[in-house]
Write a protein that binds this ligand. Structure first.
Ligand SMILES: Cc1cc2nc3c(=O)[nH]c(=O)nc-3n(C[C@H](O)[C@H](O)[C@H](O)COP(=O)(O)OP(=O)(O)OC[C@H]3O[C@@H](n4cnc5c(N)ncnc54)[C@H](O)[C@@H]3O)c2cc1C
Length: 659
C-alpha cells in the first residue's frame, strides 16, 4: 500500500488558497491560445469550467450526451446553494461553513479543500447574480436565505424550487457567449467512451456520436471530467435517468484512482417507492424541512388517516431525538431515523415504509403572521389557513404541485408521505488539491470527483462545490500543469495511441452487440440495484457485503453472456448506450461493496450495522480509518487500496452530535 500526495499547500489553513493563487505558475495569453482543453460534461461544473477557461483564452471543446448542455442533470437541483455571506446577520462566517461541512461529512473530508470551498462560496453568488440568476429576494432587495440540514444559520440561496435550473441557465449563458465567440466548440449528443493517454498523460478522448454511431478521436492538452455522480448504480434514485459512471470508470481503468466509492447519500425526503415498474424516484427538496415537521404515529401499526391522529399521539421523532437541530439534522441522520421508525413498525401508508412530512403547523404559523401584518386582529380559521397556504405556495409551490401530480394527494391538506432514497455520491475520482486525478493532465470536477463532502454531503453544498470547482478553482490550478505544456504542440489523432484506443472501444461495442442474449439491459440493472440497495444501501454488514460481491460477480458473467441489445451499432441506439453504462455499473457496484467491506467503521452515509453507538448512531474508528480510500484498478475484480491520511489541524475531531 502506498501513500498518495494530495499536494496541499503549506501554511495556515486560512492562507493556503491565497498563497497558492499568488504563486501558482501562470500561462501567458498567447500561449493559452494554443493550449486545448477537453471538458466532458456541461452541468454546473462543466459549463462553469468551460466558460471560465475559454474566457481566459484557452481553446475548449465541450462534450455532453444530451441534446443541449441545459439538459444536464444539474437542472434538477431544487433547494438551493450555500454561501457564507452572513446576509442574515446570524453568525455565519467562512470558518463556520468550513466547520459545518467537515462535521457534516463526519470528519472524512480534506480540511484544505473544504476551507477553500467556504472561501470562494461568496464569490459564486456574486458571479451568478451578475449573470442574472433570479435568486429569491427580501422585500428590501437583499438576497433571501433559508436553512438546510446540519447548520444553525441561514446560508442557502435559492430560486424557488428550481435553483439548479436557474444556475445552469446562468452558466449556460456564459458558455454560449464563448461558443459564439468561437472559443468553445460544443459536441452535444456525444458520449465519451475512453480517455486516451500518451506517455502516461491524458491527451484526449474517444467519443461516440450518438446519432450516427460514429466514433471520434479528440485531442486535448488536458481533459476535465465533469460527468456527475453515479447514484444510478442503485437503479432507483433521484438522479436523472441518464446519469452514469462510464466516463469516470473508463478513467479509473486508465489509472485514475477511485476514492471512497461506498460513500453514498440517501436523501430522507423522497416520494416512496410505489411498485415494481418504477424506474425513477422523486426528491422532495430538503428545503421542505425548514417548515415541515416529520412524524410517525406513536402507536405501532396505526391504521388511522394522518389527520385523524391527535397531536399527543404523534411522535416528532427528529425533534425528540435531536432537539438542537430538530428536523434539520443532516441527511444521513434523518434517513437512518426514518428507517429505524419504519423497521420498528411505526411506518405509514400502504407499504408502511414511509413517514409524514407535515405542513399543517407551518400553514397556521404563516397565516397568523400574515394576519398580524395586515392588522387583522381576529382572523377566522379559514382566513388563517388561506393566507398561510398562500405563503407556503410562494415558497414551495412547485414542489407541492409535483407531489400532488405524482401521488394524487394534496399536501396543503394532508401530510406528505416520504421515505429515504439514493440521491448523491460523495465518492468519485480521487483528486489532489489541484483537482487533478492520479493521471497527469486528467482532472475531475463537481460530483464526479470524490469532492469535499467526506462521508456525508450537507444539503445545498453540491451546487456550491460544482460551481466553485468550475468558476474559481480550476482556472487557477490548471496553470500548475499547463504552464509546463506550452511546448507541447497539438497532437495528431492519427497516432497509434489514438487508433488503439478507438479500436478497443469499437471491439467492446461489437462484443456487446454480438451477445444477442435473451434479457434486456434493464433486467440486469434492476437486479444490480436491488443487491446494492439491500446490502450496500442505508445499512451494510460484513456478511451481506461478502455475499453481494459474489452475487455481483455472477451477475457480470450473466450480463456478458445473456444481454440482448436490439438495433444497430452504427446508428442511434439508446439500448447500446445503456448496456455500456450498466456494464460499468456492474464493475463499480463490486468496488463499492469491496470498499464498504474494507471500512470497518460507520461514518456519515456509510453505516455498518456492526459499528454503532448505543443510540444507533454511526460509530467511527478514527485511529484506523481517518483516511480517504483511493482504489487503483489492477484487473477485473482486483483493486489495490491506497490511503490518503486525513489530518485535522484546525478542527477538533469528535463524535458528531446534533442533540
Ligand atoms: C433531484 C435532485 C435535486 C438536487 N438538489 C440540489 C440542491 O438543491 N442543492 C445542491 O447543492 N445540490 C442538489 N443536488 C445535487 C446536484 O444537483 C448535483 O450534485 C450537481 O448538479 C452535479 O453537477 P455536475 O456538474 O457535477 O454534474 P451533472 O449536472 O450531472 O452533469 C453531468 C454532465 O456530464 C455529461 N456526461 C456524463 N457522462 C458523459 C460521457 N460519458 N460523455 C459525455 N458527457 C457525459 C452529461 O451529459 C452532463 O452534461 C440535487 C440532486 C438531485 C438528484
Amino acid at each position: 500500500m502506498t501513500k498518495i500526495d494530495a499536494k496541499i499547500p503549506d501554511g495556515n489553513l486560512a492562507e493556503k488558497w491565497t498563497k497558492f493563487k499568488s504563486s501558482v505558475p501562470l500561462v501567458n495569453p498567447s500561449n493559452k491560445r494554443s493550449l486545448e482543453i477537453i471538458v466532458v460534461g456541461s452541468g454546473l461544473a462543466g459549463a462553469s469550467a468551460a466558460a471560465s477557461l475559454a474566457e481566459l483564452g484557452y481553446k475548449v471543446k465541450v462534450f455532453c450526451f444530451q441534446d443541449s448542455p441545459r439538459r444536464a442533470h444539474s437542472i434538477a437541483a431544487q433547494g438551493g446553494i450555500n454561501a457564507a455571506k452572513n446576509y442574515q446577520n446570524d453568525g455565519d462566517s467562512v470558518y463556520r461553513l468550513f466547520y459545518d461541512t467537515i462535521k457534516g461529512g463526519d470528519y472524512r473530508a480534506r480540511e484544505a479543500n473544504v476551507h477553500r470551498l467556504a472561501e470562494v462560496s461568496g464569490s459564486i453568488i456574486d458571479q451568478c447574480v451578475a449573470q442574472g440568476v433570479p435568486f429569491a429576494r427580501e422585500y428590501g432587495g437583499l438576497l433571501s436565505n433559508r436553512s438546510f440540514g446540519g447548520t444553525q444559520v441561514q446560508r442557502t440561496f435559492y430560486a424557488a424550487g428550481q435553483t439548479g435550473q436557474q444556475l445552469l441557465l446562468g452558466a449556460y449563458s456564459a458558455l454560449q457567449r464563448q461558443v459564439g465567440m468561437g472559443n468553445v466548440q460544443l459536441f452535444t449528443r456525444h458520449e465519451m467512451l475512453d480517455v486516451v493517454t500518451i506517455d502516461g498523460k491524458a491527451r484526449g478522448i474517444i467519443a461516440r456520436d450518438s446519432v450516427s454511431g460514429a466514433l471520434e478521436r479528440h485531442f486535448g492538452h488536458a481533459v476535465l471530467l465533469c460527468t456527475g455522480g453515479y447514484g444510478n448504480v442503485f437503479y432507483l434514485s433521484t438522479n436523472a435517468m441518464g446519469s452514469n459512471v462510464t466516463a469516470a470508470w473508463k478513467a479509473h481503468k486508465k489509472g485514475a484512482f477511485f476514492a471512497n466509492p461506498c460513500y453514498t447519500q440517501i436523501h430522507p425526503t423522497c416520494i416512496p417507492v410505489s411498485g415494481d415498474h418504477q424506474s425513477k424516484l422523486t426528491l422532495m427538496s430538503e428545503s421542505l424541512r425548514n417548515d415541515g415537521r416529520i412524524w410517525v404515529p406513536k402507536k405501532e401499526n396505526d391504521t388511522r388517516k394522518a389527520n385523524e391522529i391527535p397531536e399527543d399521539e404523534r411522535d416528532y421523532y427528529l425533534e425528540r431525538r435531536y432537539p438542537a437541530f430538530g428536523n434539520l439534522v443532516p441527511r444521513d441522520i434523518a434517513s437512518r431515523a426514518a428507517k429505524e421508525r419504519c423497521d420498528a413498525g411505526f411506518g405509514v401508508g400502504s407499504s408502511k415504509m414511509a413517514v409524514y412530512l407535515d405542513y399543517a403547523a407551518a400553514i397556521i404559523r404563516y397565516g397568523k403572521g400574515e394576519a398580524n401584518k395586515h392588522n387583522m386582529h381576529s382572523p377566522t380559521d379559514e382566513e388563517i389557513q388561506s393566507m398561510g397556504k398562500a405563503v407556503v405556495k410562494e415558497k414551495y409551490g412547485n414542489l407541492f404541485d409535483m407531489y400532488k401530480q405524482i401521488t394524487g394527494e394534496d399536501p396543503y391538506e394532508v401530510p406528505m408521505r416520504i421515505y429515504p432514497a439514493v440521491h448523491y455520491t460523495m465518492g468519485g475520482l480521487w483528486v489532489d488539491y489541484n483537482l487533478m486525478t492520479t493521471v497527469p493532465g486528467l482532472y475531475a470536477l463537481g460530483e464526479a470527483n470524490f469532492s469535499d463532502h467526506g462521508a456525508n454531503r450537507l444539503g445545498a453544498s453540491a451546487l456550491m462545490q460544482g460551481l466553485a470547482d468550475g468558476y474559481f478553482v480550476i482556472p487557477y490550478t490548471i496553470g500548475a500543469y499547463l504552464a509546463a505544456e506550452i511546448r507541447t504542440p497539438s497532437m495528431s489523432t492519427d497516432s497509434e495511441d489514438f487508433v488503439k484506443a478507438e479500436k478497443a472501444v469499437r471491439d467492446r461495442l461489437e462484443t456487446l452487440m454480438n451477445i444477442k442474449g435473451s434479457k434486456p439491459v434493464d433486467y440486469f440493472h434492476k437486479r444490480l440495484g436491488k443487491i446494492m440497495w439491500d446490502e450496500c444501501g442505508m445499512a451494510r454488514s460484513e456478511r451481506g457485503l461478502k455475499a453481494s460481491i459474489k452475487e455481483i460477480q455472477a451477475l457480470q458473467k450473466e450480463f456478458w453472456s445473456d444481454v440482448k441489445i436490439p438495433g444497430e451499432i452504427d446508428n442511434l441506439n439508446p439500448e447500446l448506450e445503456k448496456a455500456g453504462r450498466v456494464a460499468d455499473f456492474l464493475e463499480l457496484g463490486e468496488l463499492m461493496c469491496i470498499d464498504a467491506l474494507d471500512r470497518n467503521e460507520s461514518c456519515g452515509g456509510h453505516f455498518r450495522v456492526e459499528y454503532q453507538t448505543e443510540d444507533g448512531e454511526a460509530l467511527r474508528d478514527d485511529d484506523k480509518f481517518a483516511y480517504v480510500a483511493a482504489w487503483e484498478y489492477e484487473k477485473q475484480s482486483s483493486f489495490k487500496l491506497h490511503k490518503e491520511e486525513l489530518k485535522y489541524e484546525n478542527i477538533k475531531i469528535a463524535q458528531r452530535s446534533y442533540k
